[in-house]
Every structure is written in C-alpha cells, then in structure tokens.
Design a protein around this ligand. Structure first.
Ligand SMILES: Cc1cc2nc3c(=O)[nH]c(=O)nc-3n(C[C@H](O)[C@H](O)[C@H](O)COP(=O)(O)OP(=O)(O)OC[C@H]3O[C@@H](n4cnc5c(N)ncnc54)[C@H](O)[C@@H]3O)c2cc1C
Length: 257
C-alpha cells in the first residue's frame, strides 16, 4: 500500500500490509467490543486474542493514536486520501414506552467490578449479549428473567453454545419468556405481551436492555465521499456481526484498495 495519507479507525483491522497511514482509536486501548466480549464467564480467552491483535499492530510497526476521536474537524486537519471507518456498532433500543429507563447491557459489562448481587433482574433481549450478561449476573446470585421476542434464545449462536446457554439458565432457575413483546418499561417493572396473548408483568430490582446493536454513524461514509474523500466502512460499521465478519470485511476492503 502506498497511499499517501490514510486514516483507519478500528480495533480489529488488518495491518499485515505495508501501512502508510494512521490507526486512530478513541479509547485508551485497542480492542473495541472485544474488551466486552471477553468479560463474561468462560470467555477470557477473547481478551488474550485481543491482546495478541494489539501486539501484532505494534509488531508490524503501526503506532496507534489512542485517546483520539476522529471527527470532521480531524479529517479536515489531516486531509486523508482514504478513510477506513471501522468505528463499530452501538447498542440500539426498540421504540417502547419507558425503555430509556433500562440500564444498557454494555454498561453492566463495562462495570463488571460492581455487578449487582442478590437482585431480581429483567433482561430485555435474549440474544448472545443478553444471555452472556445473564450468565455473568447468575454468578452473583441474581435471579434472571429474560424477555425475548423470538421463539428461541441466542438465535445467532451455534447449537453447542445455545445448549450451554440453556443449561446455565435452567440450573439457575431463570424465567425465560419467549415470543414475548415488551410493551412498557418502568424502573422496577416490565410489562409484556406474552405468547398466549395475555399482558403480563414482572416486578424487579433492575431492568437491563440488550436488544441488539446498529452500525455507528451510518451517514458519515456518504458525507466523506460527497467531499471527494475515498471512504469505506469495515466490520460492524457496515453491518453488525462478529469477529469473523469484521475481520473478513476489513480484509476484503483492504485487498481491493
Ligand atoms: C458483549 C459482546 C460479546 C460478543 N461476543 C462475541 C463472540 O463471542 N464472538 C464474536 O465473534 N463476536 C462477538 N461480539 C461481536 C464482536 O465483538 C464485534 O462484531 C466486533 O468487535 C466488531 O469489530 P469492529 O472492529 O468492526 O468494531 P468494534 O469492536 O466496535 O471497534 C470499533 C472501534 O472504533 C472506535 N471508534 C468508534 N468511533 C470512533 C471515532 N470517531 N474515532 C476513533 N475511534 C472510534 C471504538 O472505540 C472501537 O474501539 C460480541 C460483542 C459484544 C458487545
């Protein structure tokens, strides 16, 4: 790669090319969502992989600019030829009354040293993230309720993981409400439309929202292009996915440059 001046914003990007640019990260360390993914029980290996990625970035000679938020002002100052936006995804919430009162699932993991204990907790969303937060909280003797609109938990995971999920939840006597649509969220109560068409409520101490993610700043790449800058999105910034889809999409874009 001999591009004069490139900016990459990312945690999981590929640096195995002659890199003549800048890797910029707003956080104080590389890793992005891997830092959260490696926190739940039995997932610490991910933190080792994350540290390996970060070490590889250094090993191939890239000196990341940490604690640096890239925005339009930064772009204007640096005037890059190419911008690779690997800015990831952010939690999204459905338009449900009171949903803003729920605590974000990412916040629970980010504050893992201060997890609630011995509480009655409702998790809205039983995808991978919701289930992993449930596992994390079960270890602190919390009783878990999951309200999930699909017919099964963690639909995107393979069968082995799903069976493991189910066993942990069964052993903890968790209350799993499938085909259930949340209607209203209050700080100590969740109201939902149950599978049988009845309106049900769960009283609780804490409501956690884990209803998925959406790509961050979706319009930014278009704005950059309209200013004549060659710009691409990579990884979750293109479509919310996983480690494999993120690294694969990064590779595809970089190979095509
Ligand atoms: C709790 C949890 C568990 C998960 N478990 C798994 C799993 O087991 N297996 C799996 O395959 N996937 C898992 N995932 C998904 C996986 O982590 C993501 O798909 C992957 O990290 C996406 O990588 P990315 O580099 O595209 O985005 P991210 O990891 O989100 O990285 C984006 C980076 O860009 C930085 N950034 C954003 N905006 C700016 C800006 N303006 N300037 C500078 N920097 C910026 C962010 O700080 C961040 O570090 C999990 C996700 C979560 C939240």
């Amino acid at each position: 790669m001999t591009l004069k001046n490139r900016v990459v914003m990312s945690a999981m990007d590929t640096c195995y090319f002659s890199f003549n640019g800048t890797l910029t990260e707003q956080a104080e360390k590389l890793g992005g969502q891997m830092q959260l993914a490696g926190l739940p029980p039995h997932k610490q290996t991910i933190l080792k992989v994350m540290n390996w990625f970060a070490a590889e970035v250094e090993r191939v000679g890239v000196k990341p600019q940490l604690n640096t938020v890239v925005d339009d002002v930064y772009i204007e100052a640096v005037k890059p030829d190419v911008v690779l936006l690997a800015i990831g995804s952010e939690p999204s919430r459905p338009p449900v009354e009171g949903i803003e009162t729920a605590v974000d699932g990412w916040n629970i993991l980010q504050d893992i040293e201060n997890l609630p204990e011995n509480r009655e907790i409702v998790i809205i969303g039983g995808g991978t993230v919701g289930c992993e937060i449930a596992h994390t909280l079960i270890e602190k003797n919390n009783h878990i309720n999951i309200v999930e609109m699909m017919s099964s938990l963690s639909m995107n995971q393979n069968m082995v993981h799903r069976q493991h999920n189910q066993k942990v939840l069964d052993d903890a006597d968790a209350n799993i409400c499938l085909n259930a649509r949340v209607q209203k969220v209050e700080p100590n109560k969740v109201t939902y439309l149950a599978e049988d068409g009845e309106i049900q409520t769960i009283d609780c101490d804490l409501v956690i929202c884990a209803t998925g993610q959406r790509p961050k700043d979706v319009e930014w790449v278009g704005n950059l292009r309209s200013e004549g800058i060659e710009a691409y999105t990579l990884g979750d910034a293109t479509a919310t996915g996983n480690f494999q889809t993120a690294t694969r999409s990064a590779m595809d874009v970089v190979m095509a440059l």
